[in-house]
Every structure is written in C-alpha cells, then in structure tokens.
Design a protein around this ligand. Structure first.
Ligand code: VGL
Ligand code: ZN
Length: 240
C-alpha cells in the first residue's frame, strides 16, 4: 500500500511531467536591456473595433503590450498616417473594392478602405495604450502616392523613414515588434529590421492579423526564413 507521502510524490512527478520542459524553462527567459527596443506598430483607432479597417480581436493586444512595455526602457510607436485620397485607398481607384490589388509603379498594392487619415480620430493611437516612457512616434504612409507598411522603408523600397538611423544612433541592437497588423505592418517592419541588421523578435500574442487571402501564413513563413524569432509575451521577463 502506498502511504500519503508516496501518493503525493507520485502526483507531483506526474504534474511536472505534464509540462513540456521547454515551456518550463523558456518562461520569462528573455530580459530586454538598454540595447533592446519595443516597436509598437499602429495601435490606432482605425484598426480597433469600430474602426474603418478593424483587425479581428485587435483590442486584445493592448493589455498585453502595456504589460510587456514595462520591461523596456526604449519604446517606439508607429502611426499609419495617410493623406486624404491616399493611393492605398480603394475609394480613389474607380471600379476597385477594398482588399483587391492593383499594380503601382513600385509593385503590387492591396487596396484598403479609407483609414488613418492624418489628424482624424481614426488615426489616433488607442487611448488605452499606457506606455508613458515611449520616446518616439514614427509616422508613415504620409506620401500620397506611396504606401508604407514598414516602419523602416516605404513601399517603393528606397525611401527611409529614418527609424534605422535613430535606433542605431541609440545603440539599439535588438527589436521586439508588437501591434497591428501581424501580416502587414508588423511583418514588413520585422523583415526590414532584419535587413537593417537588427536581431528581431515578433511577439505573437501581442499582435493580430488581417489575413487577406493567406497573407498571415505567408507573413510568418517569410519572417521565419529571414531569421525573425517568433516568441510569446510570457517569454519576456517583466518585473512586477
Ligand atoms: C496596415 C493595411 C493598411 C497595418 C496599414 O497597420 O498593418 N494594414 N495600412
Ligand atoms: Zn495604411
């Protein structure tokens, strides 16, 4: 017969064995330092419930980002910041509907509902973001004829936003990317960050995607190929 102690010991072993060792040891193992920056991408009203280009469950990233941001002394936020009548809006291309594509001089462009027009409430950052130490807001997509998903480089592939120079000037080596939308502005930012020579982490549960015609799976595949690390917010150590 097993006594009480043996039963408890056996239960303990079973309970422990039911955790994957990697999950156990990876928890909170990444500690952002002074050479790390969090990039909070496009957490703007237009991409949140009720917005003109609302991302499904987009509001769920806000508490995750607020908590994670406490681990970072360097935080940069971005704002999609389009002119009225921007080239990425379906409404300016006759006969075209949102989520269709067109060919522009710089390549294929997905067409979107009008969104994030400069100075409008839809373009404002979510009022629920709470990251007082954020040091820089990069606006992008403000040239009428060029889109910019990436926080680093406009869609023409050559016009810089200045972000790489800023981060290098601040001696940042690692960037952590979170926000909206996983398959557009987050992914393009992560890929360009790799091209600019940064170590790049995308925090999956701090992002949500649009997923237009397989774009989400493609984005994760492209990021994996480029050496972007896919992590969860729980992998980052946040002291209380
Ligand atoms: C975005 C589509 C159009 C984004 C911006 O923030 O991911 N997506 N403009
Ligand atoms: Zn946009």
């Amino acid at each position: 017969m097993l006594d009480r102690r043996q039963i408890l010991a056996a239960l303990g072993t079973t309970a422990l064995a039911s955790f994957a060792p990697s999950a156990l040891f990876a928890a909170a193992s990444i500690k952002p330092d002074d050479t790390s920056a969090l990039l909070v991408i496009d957490v703007q009203n237009c991409f949140l419930p009720g917005g003109s280009l609302a991302v499904k469950e987009g509001e769920q990233v806000v508490p995750v980002i607020n908590k994670m941001a406490k681990a970072f002394s360097n935080v940069v936020m971005t704002q999609d910041w389009h002119t009225p009548g921007h080239v990425s809006f379906a409404s300016v291309h006759s006969g075209k509907k949102p989520f269709e594509t067109i060919d522009l001089p710089y390549g294929k462009q997905v067409l979107w509902p009008d969104h994030c027009v400069q100075g409008t409430d839809g373009a404002s950052l979510s009022k629920d973001l709470s990251i007082p130490q954020a040091e820089l807001i990069i606006r992008k997509g403000f040239h009428k004829d060029v889109d910019s998903y990436s926080a680093f480089l406009e869609a023409d592939g050559k016009t810089s936003t200045g972000l790489a120079g800023y981060l290098k000037g601040r001696k940042i080596k690692r960037v952590f990317v979170a926000g909206l939308a996983t398959d557009f502005c987050v992914a393009w930012t992560a890929l360009d960050a790799r091209k600019a020579g940064f170590e790049v982490y995308v925090v999956e549960d701090a992002c949500r995607g649009i997923d237009n015609q397989g774009s989400l799976a493609k984005a994760w595949a492209d990021m994996a190929k480029a050496g972007v690390k896919r992590i969860q917010s729980a992998d980052i150590a946040v002291s209380a």
